[in-house]
Design a protein around this ligand. Structure first.
Ligand code: FE
Length: 209
């Protein structure tokens, strides 16, 4: 019998999931070393920037948009729920309502571009825009948290293409009780959950080149 070599593009044959594993291992070490949110945001932001510098690792099934609404896929959750990693997939023109997080969060753009609008509350409890919307291009990282400013809305900046961002949060974010806000500032409780039933296998040994 002669072995038949199959030529398959590397990204199709094996998404480079070791990149995601490096982020997961890095966050485990970081959170073991400090509880200082500023340090977590700074060093964690560097770990996330390293992950999103390459677009060869996100499995196709966790990059699929839905015509109904933006999708939130769980990529990894720490066994102690100290952090979770999520892909957000935005169809053309899709956006979130104004919402909060209640924990620190890092957002990194992997594909396309996003528009982020921050909000603040005045003394009457009303929700007001906090400065102009910021456009986040591919490779950009931004942060949210109750101390940095926790209210925002996010939209796909592209009207004709999918955008994808990778988020890391300081909890199992799909299970956190938090809120969306209407135009009067009235909170509506929500628990986001996740769109996927399976998480990717980040533990496959890395093949030597
Ligand atoms: Fe958010």
């Amino acid at each position: 019998m002669t072995a038949v070599a199959q030529v398959v593009p590397a990204a199709v044959a094996a998404p480079a999931l070791w990149r995601l594993r490096e982020l997961v291992v890095g966050f485990g070490e970081l959170l073991r070393s400090t509880a200082d949110e500023a340090v977590i945001i700074a060093r964690g932001g560097e770990l996330l920037a390293r992950l999103i510098a390459h677009d060869d690792w996100l499995p196709e099934d966790l990059a699929q948009p839905s015509p109904e609404r933006y999708q939130q896929y769980l990529l990894h959750c720490d066994s102690e729920e100290r952090f979770s990693v999520v892909s957000f997939v935005w169809g053309p023109g899709q956006r979130t309502p104004v919402h909060d997080h209640r924990v620190w969060g890092l957002v990194g753009v992997l594909r396309g571009a996003e528009l982020e609008q921050g909000f603040t509350r005045n003394g009457l409890g009303q929700i007001l825009e906090r400065g102009p919307a910021e456009r986040l291009e591919r490779g950009a990282v931004s942060a949210v948290s109750p101390s940095l400013g926790d209210l925002h809305s996010v939209a796909n900046a592209l009207a004709d293409a999918v955008s994808i961002s990778i988020h890391v949060y300081g909890a199992n974010i799909g299970a956190v009780r938090r809120a969306t806000y209407d135009e009067h500032g009235l909170p509506k409780p929500f628990v986001s959950g996740y769109a996927n039933a399976r998480v990717p296998n980040i533990w496959q040994p890395r093949r030597e080149p």
